[in-house]
Design a binder for this molecule. Sequence first.
Ligand code: ATP
Length: 334
Amino acid sequence: MFSRDIGIDLGTANVLIHVKGKGIVLDEPSVVAMDRNTGKVLEVGEEARKMVGRTPGNIEAIRPLKDGVIADFDVTEAMLKYFINKINVKGFLSKPRMLICCPTNITKVEQKAIKEAAEKSGGKKVYLEEEPKVAAIGAGMDIFQPSGNMVVDIGGGTTDIAVLSMGDIVTAQSIKMAGGDKFDAEILQYVKRKYKLLIGERTSEDIKINVATVFKGARNESIDIRGRDMVSGLPRTITIHSAEIEEALRESISLIVLSAKSVLEKTPPELSADIIDRGVILTGGGGALLNGLDQLLAEELKVPVLLADEPMSCVAKGTGIMLDNIDKLERSIV
Ligand SMILES: Nc1ncnc2c1ncn2[C@@H]1O[C@H](COP(=O)(O)OP(=O)(O)OP(=O)(O)O)[C@@H](O)[C@H]1O
């Protein structure tokens, strides 16, 4: 048995684990199915996700992280333990050092909760690092030079916007409740208001992935969706179009655009000039995979906007790069 360092992207929507020397070894939804009566964990990850919105009364499919932070400590700990055991069936990890990513503006109490959950899951030493910094590294940016790099990382629960230079954050803003989950909720409300139809969160995520756009006219698709009619109580099918989703998401997206503008307004001019040359990079599934967001941000911010390759893996990849230098970095991180 020997110790290996591991990096964890403990996300609201997905957990990814990177093991030093092996790469990304786990990528699963952050969902736990529990028996309400006994408190027993029934399924974790993909199997639990399939149950969301489809469980009988005594079973609950829980997302233990909300808005990028731990909402249910015990369930988060159970989930982390399960994932670490899953990747460690051959026992190659023994008391590993762990590097975990968190949003930029979480409180000390929230940081402590994440550290504690990781320590209880077997971590010998647990380091926390800010998500946009690791996402930028994972997206291939050289943030250690004295020049400006801007990253907009939109996940399931949070949006992190940051300008980085010389390995650190210069200006940043983190918006809780602004990410893929919020977009799903907006779509659900829109369908309820306009069509008097109740749909589940899996259905609204399907709409977002298959027809959504946030840039007028960039996409013209439609999808048939099923739900429960609010008046008759019976199942009903409707057809939803891209233009409707653009309207449903307009308000949430404008909040993200405003935050990005405010980060740019607070950025020192030399670094702003670098951002015009290098562009802004979009990472995270909630933003980089959302149709039209790159076009909208480019138009609103007047700078080039680039999409990261494999945007949902940037943070995990970034932890891998940081773990290679963990001894050097040890002094600078929490
Ligand atoms: N094609 C797509 N179009 C739009 N959104 C998508 C697409 N594919 C995935 N998503 C969304 O990406 C989000 C998950 O992204 P990601 O895995 O980067 O988040 P996370 O790291 O778990 O969250 P956070 O960083 O906020 O804690 C989900 O809300 C999901 O619905």
